[in-house]
Design a binder for this molecule. Structure first.
Ligand code: ATP
Ligand code: MG
Length: 553
């Protein structure tokens, strides 16, 4: 990756605007609809908007786009605020589109008075039919030429609750044969007798997205209003309202949505996974939500790094899930505390060992110059991994085999002397001898071994549960595969190992701390852990680290 990163197209636009004096500083906003939890796509938008205002001096507002009363909930508002903070960003103002309901209503009255809006009594089918098609012009509604007075009176009646849902709408009067379908007299207000999470029952008319977003941007003097590509055709309408209302001119810019392989990223689809219990809530560690990634053990640094590396584009594209995992490893390698956990144990008995209560010092993180050491109990009976032993090893097998030697991480070199089997011939124990002069840090044995194994003391190990995750979907792009996206769920995306054996230091594990289980991956404590039952989620595997560990010894 180049050290000097070239500017993305938005940075170029902003630098030009600052140079030309068009803006003295910049204001951006992040405008989530509080109808679900934030996901990695939102993270892209957050990193972009907050990143730009930080880089160029300015600020970012957090604005909840809460114009649709039926899908929005306070729980979502709280989770969104929490996630943005956790990602490491501070907004200047916490705002709501509903803060502007009064302003928007007055804007609507102004457009009616200017002859740019009218109340339409047609039902939705008629309105849709009269809209025409991309190749056929629409036809004017028979209510289009009402007088200003009549429109004002009807709009007031809509607001006063005199009509039922769907009986009237307020429409902009633009051009029913416009080549941009969105410009064919778009609906500005609809009637909805619904309870709103902030304005409660004050309003029964609600502005449409197109009549709310641009004006909200304008009221906040947003200099660069950044959204995703599907809003390109909306830009013309965005500008039309601002121009006719003669208010502060915000500019809309579009970039390509973040899509990521092997997952889905629309709140509607994620909600289905939650409601239909394919996953354990919005923060299931397999979800591409910020809360799911946090629970799984991803760090905010790794998510920000991912957003930076993936960059922003003007064309649709798919980012590899493996890039996210790469970013996680990069960060976790620097910060994770090393711990030893044996998943599938085989007992090792050191026949010539008779110490009691020996502790060995093992480094917490060799990547951290300030990293300390921890004391790990060593004893006569240990566990190592089953698959770190082979009775008949292939060539270049550097782990344990009869007559072979390995180092136990941070402790001694041991030699396998005897394989003990039960009546059925199953290996139940390895009798080994330890080399007393080979203690790590004070090794005078002159014996060179190629393999280093993780281990735990059988008497001191604590049983914990681990949860291993795989991709949530079996195909790269479940959203565009034939049929329902849920047909492609990977039914093996969660593997629970109810009992593995951890070194005792993990008793003090806390959420928010990250661990590398040597040779097993990066792990984080799950929120459902209790004192009596510790549960660890595997954030990401180490990949290729076996080779590295061997070299380090
Ligand atoms: P969804 O389809 O998941 O519901 P949305 O676009 O409706 O997403 P909003 O809450 O309206 O979600 O989005 C808030 C902001 O986040 C918007 O500016 C939107 O453009 C941006 N955003 C949402 N999804 C993505 C994505 N996949 N990539 C980049 N930006 C996104
Ligand atoms: Mg939306």
């Amino acid at each position: 990756m180049a050290e000097e990163k070239s500017l993305n197209f938005l940075e170029e636009i902003i630098e030009n605007d600052l140079k030309s004096g068009k803006h003295a500083s910049i204001v951006t906003r992040f405008p989530p609809e509080p109808n679900g939890y934030l996901h990695l796509g939102h993270a892209a938008s957050i990193v972009l908007n907050f990143g730009l205002s930080k880089k160029y001096g300015g600020y970012t507002n957090l604005r909840f786009d809460d114009t649709n009363p039926s899908t929005e909930e306070t729980e979502y508002v709280e989770s969104i605020k929490n996630d943005v903070h956790w990602l490491g960003f501070e907004w200047k103002n916490e705002l709501y589109a509903s803060d502007y309901f009064e302003d928007l209503y007055l804007f609507a009255i102004k457009l009616i008075r200017l002859g740019y809006a009218y109340v339409d009594d047609s039902d939705s089918e008629t309105i849709a039919r009269e809209k025409g098609t991309p190749t056929m012009p629409g036809t004017n509604s028979k209510f289009r030429d009402r007088s200003v007075e009549e429109n004002i009176e009807l709009f007031e009646a809509m607001k006063a609750g005199k009509f039922k849902d769907g009986e009237r709408v307020l429409r902009a009067k633009i051009d029913m044969s416009h080549i941009n379908m969105l410009m064919r007299d778009p609906v500005m207000y609809r009637i909805k007798h619904a309870h709103h999470h902030r304005t409660f029952d004050k309003w029964c008319i609600y502005p449409m997205y197109d009549f709310a977003h641009g004006q909200s941007d304008s009221l906040e003097h947003i200099t660069h209003s950044i959204c995703t590509l599907e809003f390109v055709p909306h830009r013309e309408l965005y500008n039309w309202f601002i121009e006719k209302l003669d208010i502060y001119l915000s500019h809309q810019y579009e970039f390509a949505r973040r899509n990521i392989s092997y997952t889905v990223m629309s709140k509607r689809k994620l909600l289905q996974l939650v409601n239909e219990k394919y996953v354990d809530g919005w923060d299931d560690p397999r979800m591409p939500t910020i809360s799911g990634l946090r629970r799984r053990g991803y760090t905010p640094e790794s998510i920000r790094d991912f957003c930076d590396r993936a960059g922003i584009a003007k064309r649709e594209n798919v980012t590899e899930l493996s890039l996210l995992e790469f970013c996680a490893r990069e960060d976790l390698n620097k910060i994770a505390l090393r711990r030893m956990v044996v998943f599938d144990p085989i007992k090792v008995v050191l026949t010539n060992y008779s110490e009691e209560n020996e502790m060995v010092s093992v480094e917490d993180n060799p990547e951290d110059v300030n990293g300390g050491f921890r004391e790990v109990p060593f004893s006569k009976e240990l566990y190592i991994e089953q698959d770190d032993f082979m009775e008949v090893p292939p060539k270049k097998f550097f782990r344990l085999f009869p007559g072979g030697m390995v180092r136990l991480k941070g402790a001694y070199i041991i030699k396998c002397d005897e394989v003990v089997k039960d009546a059925e011939g199953k290996i139940i124990q390895l009798n080994c001898s330890f080399i007393s002069e080979s203690k790590s840090g004070n090794d005078t044995s002159n014996i060179k071994v190629k393999g280093t194994l993780h281990w735990v003391s059988a008497a001191h190990a604590i049983p914990v549960e681990v949860r291993l995750y795989d991709r949530l979907f079996k195909v790269e792009d479940p959203s565009s595969a034939a049929g329902d996206f849920k047909d492609y769920i990977n039914e093996n995306s969660l593997e629970i190992i109810p009992e593995v054996y951890a070194e005792p230091a993990l008793k003090n594990a806390v959420t928010g701390e990250h661990y590398q289980f040597l040779r097993k991956g990066y792990f984080a404590l799950d929120k459902n852990s209790s004192k009596d039952k510790l549960i660890f989620n595997r954030t990401v595997t180490l990949k290729d680290t076996w080779a590295k560990e061997v070299k380090k010894g």
